[in-house]
Design a protein. Structure first.
Length: 76
């Protein structure tokens, strides 16, 4: 578990996530031609009630589910 401080809307907040989630978020930010900070801000802006750590984990999970669904729909 790694805790990082992120600044969102001018306020610093701490987020604790497993290393694998930080790695996945960084990869998603790069894939989206975005910074990690911008991606986290966008996720924060769109979260619906869950805490930020949960929202970040759900974002990664949903992205991976979409990739899996795409692979299952288009088998090689």
């Amino acid at each position: 578990m790694k805790k990082r401080s992120v600044k969102i809307a001018g306020h610093s907040t701490s987020v604790s996530l497993e290393d694998e989630f930080w790695t996945a978020l960084q990869a998603l930010a790069v894939a989206e031609d975005s910074s990690l900070k911008a991606l986290i801000t966008r996720i924060d802006d769109n979260r619906k009630g869950e805490n930020l750590s949960s929202a970040l984990r759900l974002y990664v999970l949903r992205h991976l589910q979409a990739q899996l669904n795409s692979l299952q729909s288009n088998p090689a």
